[in-house]
Design a protein around this ligand. Structure first.
Ligand SMILES: Cc1cc2nc3c(=O)[nH]c(=O)nc-3n(C[C@H](O)[C@H](O)[C@H](O)COP(=O)(O)O)c2cc1C
Length: 426
């Protein structure tokens, strides 16, 4: 693997910053690593460096969204797809370098009024943004707000650096060092393939147990953690199946997506889908109880009601039981209709409420042992900004050797990526 970018397509959006010319050198470096480099220039960029300079170093250069020869009659007759955003589809990585304050603002607001911004809106590739601008433009709260918004959505930034700026000012705004940008590209592309050919089952969100046809028992899980893990696994090349609670957020990418309601339904879908999986990440917040005396009609209000609750099946603890039975020649588990792969990499989540770090880790480790899981992700949902229905989380990753890795409070998308970094399987 190393630094090679063989067979990789890198699309570079070049925008109207004075740092444009530096990208010519970056392209030469990327070509030396055997990648194919396509360039999209904005109109402003063409005023600063000529298209032909980029044509001399890149594999192809485009500027315009509209083909001057476009004729809708031809399109209808030939019934061929229009290739106006073809770079978006072939990109293994989309780099915007240098990125003006203007292009950052446009992307943050979903504007697609030229070839570059239309392609960015259409791509599923990771997008890496390298800003370069005057220090006041960079520090402007509007720019900072746009950067924060994009970061939250998973766009990656290579921060501008401090130094002398072309405009005569000194401060933060210089395009990052080209070595730094090139290293970031190779790291991201290699990571992107880290789960290639792996089949992964992810569960997410809250389950719902009916009391009667209108009332339910559920929990506050939004499903964000699990859905972000599924999305990140998809971006890393995995074949992803997501089983999520009906109220969990929608996944952004076209991944196999199964909606369930009760804990029983969730378990049934796991049984149906686990057969060929290499990895299972069980992030769903499963109800611990189901209603025993569930009613078929709406229960009248204004009267005392006693619910009888029975515990639901502990899903995590049941996954490896099947594996053992499947490979020891014993009768198949009653709970599973299909065998599962030997050594499925099993990741569980453990949520606790307002406990010490020691207790949190201890309980996570005990569950890891009970379930024979490979990793447990422990979080304290009683602490502000962590756990259910928020955008951020702080977790402790506990492994089989009781080794603990602490991931400080961060956006759940970042936590999702770091959790996947810990999955090391051949
Ligand atoms: C000589 C020159 C240098 C510029 N350098 C920058 C820059 O470094 N960063 C920036 O954000 N804008 C810079 N601008 C302003 C942008 O070119 C302008 O905002 C333009 O609308 C950007 O269009 P684009 O984002 O479509 O490329 C520069 C303008 C000129 C005339």
């Amino acid at each position: 693997m190393g630094n090679s970018l063989k067979n990789k397509n890198i699309v570079i959006g070049v925008t109207g910053s004075i740092a444009c010319y530096k990208v010519l050198d970056l392209i030469k470096r990327l070509k030396k690593l055997n990648s194919t480099v396509y360039v999209i220039m904005t109109e402003s960029a063409t005023k600063l460096v000529s298209v032909s300079d980029f044509e001399n170093v890149a594999d192809d250069v485009k500027v315009h969204l509209f083909d001057p020869n476009f004729n809708y009659k031809d399109y209808i007759k030939k019934n061929r797809p229009i290739k106006h955003i073809s770079f978006a589809d072939v990109a293994d990585l989309f780099l915007i370098c240098p990125a003006t304050a203007n292009v950052i603002a446009k992307i943050a607001n979903g504007i697609s009024d030229d070839l570059l911004t239309s392609s960015i809106l259409a791509t599923l590739a990771p997008v890496v943004i390298c800003p370069a601008m005057n220090v006041k433009m960079w520090n402007n709260p509007l720019t900072q707000e746009n950067v924060a918004k994009l970061r939250k959505l998973g766009y990656i930034f290579v921060e501008p650096e401090y130094g002398d700026l072309a405009c005569g000012y000194k401060g933060i705004g210089r395009l990052a060092n080209l070595d730094k940008i090139s290293n970031r590209i190779t790291t991201i592309i290699n990571k992107k393939n880290s789960l290639k050919n792996k089949k992964i089952l992810v569960t997410a969100g809250a389950t719902i147990e009916e009391i009667d046809p209108v009332r339910v028992i559920t929990n506050k899980s939004s499903g964000k953690m699990g859905v972000y893990i599924a999305e990140e696994a998809f971006l890393r090349g995995a074949d992803v199946t997501l089983v999520r609670g009906a109220n969990a957020i929608e996944p952004k990418f076209p991944i196999r997506d199964i909606k369930v309601s009760s804990a029983e339904e969730l378990f049934n879908e796991i049984k149906k889908n686990i057969k060929d999986k290499d990895i299972m990440i069980h992030a769903a917040a499963v109800s611990d109880f189901e209603v025993n005396n569930k009613r078929d009609e709406k229960i009248k209000s204004g009267q005392e009601l006693h619910l009888e609750l029975t515990p639901t099946t502990k899903i995590l603890e049941n996954i490896k039981i099947l594996e053992k039975q499947s490979f020891s020649g014993r009768r198949k588990s009653k709970t599973f209709s299909s065998e599962i792969k030997k050594n499925i990499f099993l990741v569980g989540f453990k949520a606790e409420y307002n406990v010490s770090e020691k207790v949190l880790v201890e309980r996570a480790y005990n569950l890891l042992k009970d379930a024979n899981a490979d990793l447990m992700i422990a979080n304290d949902v009683g602490k502000k900004g962590r756990g259910f229905d928020v955008e951020t989380n702080e977790v402790f990753i506990v492994d089989k050797n009781r080794k603990v890795k602490h991931l400080d409070l961060a956006d759940k998308k970042i936590i999702a990526s770091k959790v996947l970094d810990e999955i090391k399987i051949r």
